[in-house]
Design a protein around this ligand. Structure first.
Ligand code: GDG
Length: 491
């Protein structure tokens, strides 16, 4: 579809996500600072093209409780960035985020049912927060708006939005409501374990379009609708309440321009040189960048790297795993346990092979500025993604974009959505150590010609299926859904 789709032109796009892409912080001198948050969702949204961004409004929680007398100041600060903050009590947000969202849905949807934890009140908090989001958006929507709800924190919102509009007796012509899930939708047998599964499914079916990263996830969703609610489904839709809810795959991407232009910056070029001539002189570098999360398969990766060195003594003293671990969800117990586990593993492996001048695992538990990240992507000979499940994985795309000159190889878990699209990558099973050892060796010893051939295929993909393409195709599909299938006036 063309960028200037007439059905989309002049329509407002209301983008709703749990955390606002702008995180507000109070500095020590009492001023407010407005920083772009990091993470896959933000990367995807920040790459939307001007044709979508220019007419969009972002709704989300800004990550802070602000005293009433300062609300106006913060709202003005955020409005500059196209944002509408939702003022929800921090404790309630905490229960919503760390409770049903991240202690139940997140583990289950990533096939970690054993990691689910149940405490008093998380569902109630989830319901309350979804209701507050729905109320706010219901107040604001007007004719021809497109509401795009994001991710697993807001799965009750599609239904509540319609309820709240009804409560306000609000009639809006030609409204479209879309939902996109950034994480996997698990197989229906797995999904059936979800407490309140009917409520979640029925709510999502109040959207006009439900989008997923891959066809597999979309298929799993359709099959849950059939098995749990007994609904009739087709490959791209499900009949609910007398209308056809559209369901489809919309693979997210990155903005490759952003990475390529960062690589051309003077400070990035000199940083790559500095690292190559300094800490990583004569080293073969394997890079990994992950949020600290049990879905990223960090112990599997560290173990594989240990065994890789044991089986390939020619790499001992040369191969370095440069692992950036971005702090995440530090209030959830499972994440704290994981943090100490991987620090211990890295320490043990470093003690096993390390010397005064060589450390096989350079492990940093910190977030790093984008330019520094790009420099590290650029200098690495391979990128190693070992997620046991991952909706898509944008790190793999960013790495390919930053290998414009060197054509480093991507070793990626078949359980990351990105593996399905990255033809030319070396696909591994993160549960099979020998498979990973062989893949690393292959990646690091490949001929230059083969490396270039593989990289080119991946680059073509990354450059075609960009975040702009993702946003445009989702919104175009949503706006092209015939009004005949839906009542023209929604209440
Ligand atoms: C979820 C799904 C899906 C990371 N550390 C730093 C930093 N990042 C940026 C990366 C990348 C993004 O965060 C991470 O995206 P991923 O897609 O790899 O992973 P999740 O955060 O788990 O994202 C995932 C995604 O949503 C989108 O739908 O692909 O499967 O789990 O862009 O660069 N950026 C900076 N410093 C860091 O330290 N500047």
């Amino acid at each position: 579809a063309g960028v200037e789709n007439s059905k989309r032109a002049d329509r407002r796009l209301l983008i709703v996500a749990n955390r606002h892409p702008v995180t507000v912080k109070r500095t020590t001198d009492g001023q407010y600072s407005y920083n772009i948050s990091s993470g896959g969702l933000v990367t995807g949204l920040s790459g939307l093209p001007p044709s979508l961004k220019d007419n969009s409004v972002y709704y989300g929680w800004p990550g802070i409780d602000v005293p009433p007398q300062e609300v106006e100041e913060v709202e003005a600060g955020m409005a500059d960035k196209g944002g509408v903050p939702l003022w929800i009590d921090g404790r309630l947000m905490d229960m919503h985020y760390n409770g049903y969202s991240n202690s139940i849905v997140w583990p289950l949807f990533h096939y970690h049912a054993n990691e689910m934890t149940f405490e008093e009140g998380p569902w109630e908090a989830y319901v309350k927060v979804n209701r507050l989001f729905a109320k706010k958006v219901a107040e604001d929507v007007r004719d021809n708006d497109i509401v795009w709800i994001h991710d697993y924190h807001l799965m009750l919102m599609p239904k509540m939005l319609r309820e709240e509009m009804r409560n306000l007796n609000k009639k809006v012509r030609n409204l479209k409501v879309g939902f996109f899930l950034h994480i996997p939708w698990p197989s229906s047998m797995e999904f059936m374990k979800l407490p309140y599964r009917e409520e979640v499914l029925e709510s999502l079916l109040n959207a006009d379009l439900c989008g997923f990263h891959t066809y597999d996830y979309a298929r799993h969703f359709l099959s849950a609708c059939h098995k749990i609610l007994g609904l009739t489904t087709s490959p791209n839709g499900v009949m609910f309440d007398g209308r056809n809810v559209h369901v489809g795959a919309f693979p997210i991407g990155i903005n490759p321009e952003k990475e390529v232009s960062a690589m051309k910056k003077e400070n990035v070029i000199s940083r790559v040189k500095e690292l190559k001539e300094g800490s990583f002189k004569d080293k073969t570098v394997v890079i990994s960048v992950d949020r600290l999360d049990y879905i990223k398969g960090l112990p599997h990766k560290f173990h594989a790297f240990d065994m890789f060195l044991e089986n390939n003594p020619d790499f001992v003293g040369h191969a370095v795993l440069l692992q950036i671990v971005v702090p995440s969800r530090q209030d959830v117990k499972e994440y704290q346990i994981l943090r100490s586990h991987i620090s211990e593993l890295a320490g043990r492996i470093n003690a096993k092979y390390g010397t005064v001048t060589y450390q096989p695992i350079v492990y940093r538990h910190t977030s790093v500025p984008h330019d520094e990240l790009v420099a590290m992507y650029a200098l690495a000979d391979a990128c190693f993604v070992t997620s046991t499940r991952d909706g898509m994985n944008l790190v793999s795309y960013e790495y390919i974009a930053c290998q414009y000159e060197n054509h480093g190889q991507l070793v990626i878990s078949e359980f990351a959505g990105a593996a399905q699209s990255m033809k030319g990558s070396i696909v591994i099973n993160p549960w099979d150590t020998n498979d990973m050892i062989a893949a690393l060796r292959k990646a690091l010893t490949m001929s230059e010609a083969k490396k270039e051939e593989n990289w080119k295929k991946m680059w073509d993909y990354v450059n075609t299926y960009t975040s702009a393409n993702w946003g445009i195709s989702f919104v175009d599909e949503l706006t092209s859904i015939g009004t005949g299938e839906m009542p023209d006036v929604l209440t």
